[in-house]
Ligand binder design. Sequence first.
Ligand code: ARG
Length: 480
Amino acid sequence: MARPTRSSTSTPSAPSDVVSRSGRFSSGPAADVAAFSESISFDWRLWRQDIRGSIAHATMLQSAGILNAAELKAIREGLEQIGAEIESGRFTWKPELEDVHMNIEAELTRRVPAGAKLHTGRSRNDQVAVDVRLWLRDEIDALISEIRTLQGSLVRLGARNASVIIPGYTHLQRAQPVYLAHHLLAYVEMLERDLGRLADGRERTNVCPLGSGAIAGSTLPLDRERVARLLDFVDAKGKPRVTQNSMDGVSDRDFMIEFCAGAALLAVHLSRLSEDIILWVSSEFGFIRIADAYTTGSSLMPQKKNPDVAELTRGKSGRVIGNLMSLLTLLKGLPMTYNRDLQEDKERLFDTADTVRRCVRLTAAMLDNTTVRAEACAAAAADPLLLATDLADYLVRKGMPFRKAHHVVGAVVGFAEANQKPLDQITVAEFQAIDGTFADDVASVFDLKQAMARRTLTGSPGTREVKRQLDRWTRALAKG
Ligand code: ARG
């Protein structure tokens, strides 16, 4: 599709018959003003929604007796024809017509005289609000389905490596053993919350502002509910949902901010996952391998294989967070109602949607092309220090208060370090010299398999529990 480019300062000034300036003005805007204020270079993306909204509005105007059947037919066919031309790249966007709304309406009116009636009871203020809501509603649905795919990739990577144990980290220091699947499922949970937030924001996006006019509605007998129904702005029961205050209707951008906030948190989650991937793929960890197609090389160092998909995903979270800040800052000083400042909202919104969607998609593809180096994981997980807490729990089971057990095991770790002995090589006699509570069965603490089986709490990285969670997610995702 041919995309309009940002107009240069040589843009011709707008013809005086342009819809919004006719009558009042003796000349079009100066060329540099036109170039400064155009939005067609980015809002052309709303053409589908703009046409859909216009057809619904015209359909309602006909039932309200403002258009006759022939006029509606001409408008509908004209708009459909323009849509087909845009789709196939044959439509010429005119920067001097400022935005997507004017471009489509001016072209319609040029072809169809009844086009001049289309804007009855409507303003670009409620028109742009409806277009963006329609666009974002679809975008949220698409993003949610990409997130589901990513959850599937995480679950499958975990399930393919269900027996792999790695150290879990706090402060990036080895803490306690966990199944790799448990670590991956932590991200599945985060993504589930992201998904819930996006779906919740969709509820408030799914409200029709048409009929708000420029600020104060219209004196004409419009049927707002009819338009809302035609555009699927309905609740679960099919009841139309329309905005309840015309001033709020034209100036509300909360739904965009909610989306950008949800997307920013999603981006933060993706960034954290990326950071784990980057660590795991390093020689220092060596837990995973990423297929060549999802890595890049160095132009200088022949041996390099870099996790650029993960690094870029981590990096792109910055602009997604920035977009949220831009939108909040854009709104904070605006008096009611529509102000032209609001035109600045779309690039931030589009960039957020495009960026997070690509990050989610690429992360899923990268994980689908990742293998786990089970030997390296097993070697790291064999560190007996990971079971120091289990050793304290062992003493607790023998009746020792936890605070004391913590202190005793601290002494054991000190002894091991001083004698350069792994924790699991300390003899029963040496244990007992530190504290008499230790008994012959102390060695059983260091059996990793048993240690994992002992973790039976809901949400713990225990053998049965992780399997249960993997099964639960596999089933839930299969349902779609
Ligand atoms: N391009 C404008 C925007 O994105 C459309 C609304 C223009 N309204 C106006 N009163 N100039 O906000």
